[in-house]
Design a protein around this ligand. Structure first.
Ligand SMILES: C[S@@+](CC[C@H](N)C(=O)[O-])C[C@H]1O[C@@H](n2cnc3c(N)ncnc32)[C@H](O)[C@@H]1O
Length: 332
């Protein structure tokens, strides 16, 4: 067989792609990355520390080597740099809770053939339901994903030295942007608009950072809640655009435009698709998640954002890819 002939190897991996979700989720459930980081480096040692069987530990280690998250040197295991940064518990960037959560979402994907036929969710749409308990689990699990992004935006906007600024986070979830920026700038104040049970989570997490005295929450639906006019220097719209359809995004962005002070900046963070729909791969694939879970959501192209922002009255728009799947869009 010559090297340019197709082989079934990649397709066998894709067909069984849920193995990776399961192995990663099970390893995270038993804190394997955390124990590896602390020095356990054999199946026996990991089994002892995590209270699982040695056969189970060896199987997970084999799988983790197979998916490239653990390395084997002279019979000893260790985290790759990637696993060490993003899967060890307690690190601000740790996605281990997210890995556990996604394992519980696997079965829902079996609906996808019917969902694509129907053109939308065939069960109660998740993102449109007020106070859906879904969000309680999701917002804390995805917060670490935004940690590097909060630092990138803070740098782009010079937030640490911006003095007495007022920040609004629409659908702020865990409050991760407020927590990070209030920590950087002791004169800043932040407000988050989200459902009441989610704001309760955000208040707790922001308080853990010691900045709760400058953090306010508005409980409610961001579609129907009025925003104070010309009241904010920075408005955040992070991982919200993908759950909304074009009309709602345009309406929400226009509302945000009215809430910004002259010279203020809108910060959109989302999985943005190239105009010719050729990439990036994470953004393209994530659209299936929104088809499954939202009536009108999707992953939107740069051209879509530009059109909505122009309609909403923004004139100066820039796109900033980040090392994560998230693109930052700044609009003034
Ligand atoms: C995907 S999460 C994003 C959270 C946060 N912005 C981030 O980037 O980590 C979406 C957030 O929007 C909130 N949300 C969704 N629909 C909403 C609505 N109609 N009104 C208020 N909040 C809403 C959810 O509760 C959740 O906190």
């Amino acid at each position: 067989m010559t090297s340019d002939q197709p082989t079934p190897d990649r397709i066998m991996h894709l067909v069984n792609g849920y193995w990776a979700t399961g192995i990663l989720g099970a390893a995270a459930s038993h804190s394997l990355f955390t124990h590896l980081e602390a020095g356990a480096d054999t199946a026996g040692g990991l089994a002892d520390r995590s209270g699982i069987s040695e056969r189970g530990a060896q199987t997970l280690l084999d799988g983790l080597v197979g998916i490239g998250l653990v390395e084997l040197h002279d019979g000893r295991y260790r985290n790759t740099a990637e696993a060490s940064t993003f899967l060890v518990e307690g690190k601000p960037t740790s996605l281990s809770e997210f890995a556990k959560l996604k394992m519980t979402h696997m079965a829902a994907l079996a609906d996808l053939p019917e969902v694509v036929r129907a053109g939308g969710p065939i069960r109660a749409a998740t993102v449109e339901v007020a106070d859906n308990p879904h969000w309680k689990k999701v917002v804390t699990a995805i917060a670490p994903q935004s940690v590097p992004v909060t630092a990138i935006v803070a740098e782009l906007l010079g937030l640490a030295d911006a003095g007495e600024i007022s920040i609004l986070d629409l659908g702020g979830g865990s409050g991760i942007f407020s927590a990070a920026w209030l920590g950087l700038n002791p004169a800043a104040r932040a407000t988050q608009l989200d459902w009441a049970p989610i704001n309760a989570i955000a208040r707790r997490l922001v308080a853990e950072q010691g900045v709760a005295d400058r953090f306010t929450c508005i409980d409610g639906d961001f579609h129907s809640t009025e925003l104070a006019a010309a009241a904010y220097d920075v408005v955040v719209y992070s991982h919200v655009a993908h759950q909304e359809g074009p009309e709602d995004n345009t309406a929400l962005l226009a509302k945000v435009r009215g809430a910004l002070r002259p010279g203020g900046t809108l910060v959109i963070c989302d999985y943005v698709v190239d105009d010719d729909r050729s990439g990036p791969s994470f953004s393209l694939i994530f659209a299936a998640e929104m088809l499954l879970k939202s009536r009108r959501g999707g992953t939107w192209r740069r051209a879509d954002y530009l059109a909505w922002l122009a309609k909403a009255g923004f004139e100066d728009v820039t796109f900033h890819p980040t090392p994560s799947p998230t693109t930052v869009i700044l609009a003034r």
